[in-house]
Design a protein around this ligand. Structure first.
Ligand code: DC
Length: 671
């Protein structure tokens, strides 16, 4: 399938346009008068009053539409077939025609016009530049005089009066300009067939050309044109933008004329006022034919848009995508939001707080829960996500060991839920204070205090401690007391190794039994009852179990330290107590004991008849152990020794001693 193009070139007034029109009509060809297109550009340039020579002033080329159809030329949709034949346009058309920018644009249109079917195009450069591969090239000529005559006649037919001499001069001038210009000058293509029409009638020329075309067609085997498909209203076509006006674009829809699309058929955006920045030449747009008139094909892409948008919305809902929408209407049970012209329902439960008509908000498009899975909008999903992200960011900043100010959100027996910022955590009852308390009585909702973060688990659950920030009673005690301080302790427990004393509220200390007294026989534990108090000294404070080491002994004088005596020494004793078992005496500053058997030389049952408290006597030490505070004495042995001494003295003075001193004191020393 292919097209068939006939190129007819020639100078002004050679009869190209009139002859081409007739031939095209006779053979059913599409005719394109390219000269008319250059004239339309010139007309627009003159209307705009631009400097015709200045290429930079031809920006308007991107905004105008030039359509040649059924031998009429439309400029921006208006038939200007008559206006382009005025003297003003004729005299100026050479100038825009020599500009590259203008020619590029025109050549683009012209080539597009011959893509389909059988086309006959006339101009100056068709066979040389526009369609160098045309199937048949004809170059029409005629003498300048003949051409001037024809132009006058042509003008008068469309109601324009003209002067022969002037026209002749102008034709000559235009010939010169058209043939000597730099770009695409008027030139016969080497493979063009020249026909001099000076002395020929129109019919003669027409027949010549028809014969040439027939001959060419006949010589082409299997010729199969690609004809435009028949187009009907509602057909969907793809059009390529060939020209853009403010609010109209022209699309090549592979028909004999371009399709027209108005801005309101391109977009539903009421704020759009121009096609500028929306489309560019060359864009391909899928659209639907809405109307076909004799002159135009009208198309719209609104149906495609809403179909595409609807598909896009379905796709968004499947991917649960986040998009920007405008809240359009407050409807029963929610809102309608607009996304690219699509109205989507946003249930009130997913609208978030304070949503109102007019708001531009972000939502997630989701499939509804019901059967039809219709897309719905959820602002809540966006807000929830934002909240989660902000919360996670806060959570990331929190570490175990941090101290934060938290507010009580809820109190239960087992603990309290505390809030700080967006986060929440648990303060277990046991972490409230060092003492076990009923926290429901201690704190209430809204209370604020500092807590330490003591746990952050893998699920980012937080736990707090208030007591971690408070001194234990022991720590407080240690801060205000030092070793050697004297304190009063209350007996709270008796153990095998000593007494437990409370030295301050909830601070306990151990008074080890070795610290009761210097006196090893002192059994303080049996003397004191639970609840009794005792004065003690602190002898140790650093204790893992937070126990204070105490001593009573440290506060006491040890009389035994001063005792320097040994068994056999004779000392003065003073009776402190008289009992059946013996005498409690005081000597050398400490207590001693004289057993009943050692009190008197002669055994007597009733010691109290011989000794009274306060009596003084001499006694010999028979046993001494300062560590155990043990001191035993014997008055008897001392008295017997004294008696022995007297007796020895008497013996020494009288007769020979019959026994030695060791024998005499034997029983004393043995004890
Ligand atoms: O054929 P006409 O007089 O209508 O053409 C008007 C002018 O357009 C002519 O002076 C040269 C120019 N022209 C051109 O440069 N190239 C063409 N293909 C057609 C016309």
């Amino acid at each position: 399938m292919r097209n068939f193009v006939v190129a007819i070139d020639g100078p002004a007034g050679s009869g190209k346009s009139s002859i081409s029109k007739i031939v095209a009509k006779k053979l059913g060809f599409t005719h394109l008068d390219t000269g008319a297109m250059y004239r339309a550009v010139t007309l627009e340039a003159l209307r705009r009053g631009i400097d015709l020579e200045n290429e930079d002033e031809y920006d308007f080329l991107d905004e105008i539409s030039i359509i040649y159809k059924d031998d009429k030329i439309y400029l921006n949709g208006t038939d200007v077939s008559k206006e382009i034949r005025t003297e003003d346009v004729t005299n100026n058309v050479s100038t825009p025609s020599k500009l590259k920018r203008v020619r590029d644009k025109m050549v683009f249109f012209q080539r597009k016009s011959c893509e389909y079917g059988k086309v006959l195009m006339d101009g100056r450069d068709i066979g040389t530049v526009v369609m160098p591969n045309a199937d048949l090239k004809i170059f029409l000529t005629a003498s300048a005089e003949e051409r001037a005559k024809r132009r006058c006649l042509e003008n008068s037919l469309v109601g324009i009066e003209s002067d022969y001499e002037t026209i002749l001069r102008e034709i000559k001038e235009r010939d010169f300009k058209d043939s000597t210009r730099e770009i695409a000058p008027l030139k016969k293509a080497s493979d063009a067939i020249e026909i001099d029409t000076t002395s020929l009638t129109i019919d003669e020329v027409v027949n010549k050309i028809i014969n040439l075309i027939d001959g060419r067609l006949y010589s082409m085997e299997n010729f199969d044109f690609e004809m435009p498909k028949e187009l009907n209203v509602r057909d969907v076509v793809e059009g390529e933008v060939v020209s853009i006006e403010d609010n109209t674009i022209y699309l090549d829809v592979k028909q004999f004329t371009e399709a027209v699309m108005h801005l309101d058929h391109y977009t539903t955006d009421k704020n759009a006022t121009s096609f500028k920045n929306l489309v560019k030449v060359g864009d391909k747009i899928k659209c639907q034919v809405t109307k076909i008139t004799e002159e135009h094909i009208f198309v719209s892409r609104l149906n495609q848009l809403s179909e595409e948008n609807f598909k896009a919305v379905i796709a968004l809902s499947q991917e649960k995508s986040k998009v920007k929408v405008t809240v359009k209407k407050d409807v029963n049970k929610g809102f309608m939001v607009d996304y690219n012209g699509n109205q989507i329902f946003m249930p009130a439960s997913l609208a978030g707080k304070d949503t109102k008509v007019g708001d531009k908000i972000e939502v997630v498009i989701l499939p509804s829960e019901d059967e039809n899975k219709k897309p719905i909008a959820s602002r809540k999903a966006v807000l929830d996500e934002e909240y989660k992200q902000a919360k996670n960011a806060e959570l990331d900043k929190v570490n175990v060991g941090d101290v934060v100010e938290a507010t009580v959100a809820k109190v239960e027996k087992y603990g309290a839920f505390l809030r700080f910022g967006m986060l929440q955590g648990l303060l277990r009852a046991k972490e409230y204070s060092h003492k076990f308390v009923d926290i429901t009585k201690e704190i209430k909702e809204g209370d604020k205090f500092q807590v330490k973060v003591i746990k952050k688990d893998d699920n980012n659950k937080l736990e707090f401690s208030r007591k971690a920030l408070i001194d234990t009673p022991y720590q407080a005690f240690v801060k205000t007391h030092k070793v050697s301080d004297k304190v009063v302790g209350k007996v709270v427990e008796k153990t095998g190794f000593g007494l437990i004393l409370e030295v301050a509220e909830d601070v306990r200390g151990l008074l080890h039994k070795s610290e009761y007294s210097h006196n090893p026989n002192d059994n303080l534990a049996s003397v004191l009852k639970i609840g009794d108090t005792v004065e003690v000294a602190i002898i140790g404070l650093v204790d893992e179990k937070e126990k204070v080491s105490l001593s009573r002994k440290a506060l006491m004088d040890n009389p035994w330290e001063r005792v320097d005596a040994k068994v056999g020494d004779v000392v003065d004793v003073k009776v402190l107590e008289v009992s059946e078992s013996g005498l409690k005496v005081e000597t050398l500053g400490v207590d001693g004991f004289v057993p009943a058997s050692e009190a008197l030389v002669e055994k007597k049952n009733d010691l109290s008849s011989y000794f009274a408290v306060g009596d003084e006597a001499k006694a010999v030490i028979t046993e001494i152990n300062p560590k155990e505070w043990r001191l035993k004495l014997s008055i008897r042995k001392h008295q017997e020794a004294e008696a022995r001494k007297d007796f020895e003295k008497y013996l020494n003075e009288g007769e020979e001693a019959n026994s030695n001193l060791g024998d005499m004191f034997k029983d004393v020393l043995d004890k």
